[in-house]
Design a protein around this ligand. Sequence first.
Ligand SMILES: [Zn+2]
Length: 95
Amino acid sequence: MFHIYCPHCEEYREEEEFHPKGEAHLARPEDPDNCTDEEWGDYLFFRKNPRGVHHELWVHAAGCRKFFNVTRDTQSYRIYETYKIGEQPSKAITA
Ligand SMILES: [Zn+2]
């Protein structure tokens, strides 16, 4: 078991309180009625599955129930940072 820092509660909590929700920083097409089926399909269904550092959306499901982002290495499980929605990560993806 390990602990994850919730940027809303501002404290470390047990990992069992959290759930991952997939890739972070997905940009919704500005005008869905005028984008192609391929663009809309990419937005809805296709996600990166990197080996290494990437940004994920997580929710503190058994706590404050708020969403936030996590910069995590999928190979080592190391969490570099957590930050609120709308903020930018300090760690850039190098892969
Ligand atoms: Zn929280």
